[in-house]
Design a protein around this ligand. Structure first.
Ligand SMILES: [Zn+2]
Ligand SMILES: [Zn+2]
Length: 224
């Protein structure tokens, strides 16, 4: 299945991204809302036939999805915290694609804070994005190889996990979960790759896990 993250808080279930694999399967998940990072097929095309709930996305993503029969369209502005079903989402622009500009989300509920960016080369305003974040959920396209291409003056592609773990170290983020894994991780020896990742993480003081389908991570959100 295409990578997606379900954030739940007090009965609300917000789904981040909805790739083509999810087409026709949304009723079963029954999300309260859907939030999109960008309009690539593996992140948004599951909404081709509409959505059973409000959908939140940045302006540029909406432009690409303008023909989709989505009724409840909501705009997310970058760097503007937006409350969705009691969970706060703040979009940060990330470098990834020229045609489908992407964002990552800083998600907070109570004291729990995560940052989610399934596709990226780097985060603009990374310091603010990772401030106080307990779990970084990042791009697993590649472990150490570079998937970055130049298109004129812009860059497109993905940064290796190693680079992302260095950001975590610099930003004081103690845990990372790697998702949206590329062929290097999917077809490789799982144990070896997991060991390699842990070693890269350990050097940087970051506890790293590879995400799997149905993975659940609980962050207790204390409310004051
Ligand atoms: Zn993408
Ligand atoms: Zn993707």
């Amino acid at each position: 299945m295409h990578t997606s993250l379900l954030v739940s808080n007090r009965g609300a279930r917000v789904m981040i991204d909805c790739g083509l694999d999810w087409l026709g399967k949304l009723k079963r998940i029954d999300p309260s809302a859907i939030v999109l990072t960008h309009a690539h097929p593996d992140h948004a095309w599951g909404l081709k036939r509409g959505a059973p709930c409000p959908v939140y996305a940045p302006e540029k993503t909406w432009q690409e999805l303008r023909h989709y029969p989505i009724k409840e369209r909501r705009l997310i502005k970058e760097r503007t915290p937006t409350k969705i079903c009691g969970i706060t989402f703040e979009a940060f622009s990330v470098e990834h694609s020229i045609l489908s500009p992407a964002v990552g989300y800083r998600v907070s509920a109570g004291r729990a804070r995560i940052f989610y960016a399934p596709d990226l080369i780097f985060i603009h305003e990374r310091g603010a994005a990772l401030q106080g974040v307990q779990i970084y959920v990042g791009d697993g396209a590649t472990v150490t190889r570079s998937f970055i291409r130049k298109r004129g003056r812009a860059l497109i592609g993905h940064s290796p996990v190693r680079t992302q773990l260095t950001w975590c170290e610099k930003g004081g983020v103690p845990r990372a979960i790697i998702t949206h894994c590329g062929s290097e991780m999917v077809t490789g020896d799982e144990r070896k790759i997991s060991e390699k990742l842990r070693a890269i993480g350990a050097e940087r003081g970051v506890d790293v896990r590879i995400a799997y389908d149905g993975m659940k991570v609980t962050k207790t959100a204390r409310t004051e």
